[in-house]
Design a protein around this ligand. Structure first.
Ligand code: PNS
Length: 157
């Protein structure tokens, strides 16, 4: 069974993340979309809210499962039989950041990382930018799934 992990903060999930999970789901038997919980970093949404949004946004993806974990990504991979981590690369600066983490994860536990180039339609989308635009009343509905657009509007009302 080829099981891959798409880890991240997902505060909130965007269409860019969903595109990566959807494409990874065509290459692997199972994709786990997992929120890495960082107790030191308070986001806009709680872990439970992020999980609920991820679940609704992936409801039509049969081999995508949603989860959360606290601790190291490599420990989650070992405990859950994950073959590789999949990360999306939007721009060159993503690669610098992701390469460092990928090499650390390889060194720590032999966990492989596969990079997938982002669909150019989504290459400028970032959760932080979506939150900033939504905060000032901008329309982010083209960049996030419907459930996230709704929850952002409720949260920021
Ligand atoms: O969406 P993000 O915040 O860019 O995702 C980064 C994330 C959550 C994948 C990374 O910070 C992570 O793996 N965190 C879990 C803790 C860990 O393993 N840290 C060492 C990474 S080499």
């Amino acid at each position: 069974m080829r099981r891959v992990l798409v880890p991240g903060s997902f505060d909130p999930v965007t269409k860019g993340h969903l595109d990566i999970a959807e494409r990874a789901a065509r290459l692997a038997d199972e994709v786990i979309f997992a929120i890495a919980v960082n107790p030191a970093k308070r986001g806009l949404f709680t872990t439970d809210e992020r999980l609920a949004m991820l679940r609704e946004a992936t409801a039509d993806m049969p081999n995508v499962r949603v989860d959360s974990f606290e601790g190291l990504t490599v420990d989650y991979c070992k405990a859950n039989g994950v073959t590789a981590v999949v990360k999306g690369i939007r721009v060159a600066s993503d690669f610098d950041y992701e390469l460092q983490m990928a090499q650390m994860n390889l060194g720590l536990a032999g966990v492989e990382t596969l990079f997938m180039t982002t669909n150019p339609l989504y290459s400028f989308i970032a959760s932080s930018l979506v939150k900033e635009v939504a905060k000032w009343g901008g329309d982010v509905s083209a960049y996030v799934p419907d459930v996230v657009a709704r929850r952002l509007a409720e949260k920021l009302a």
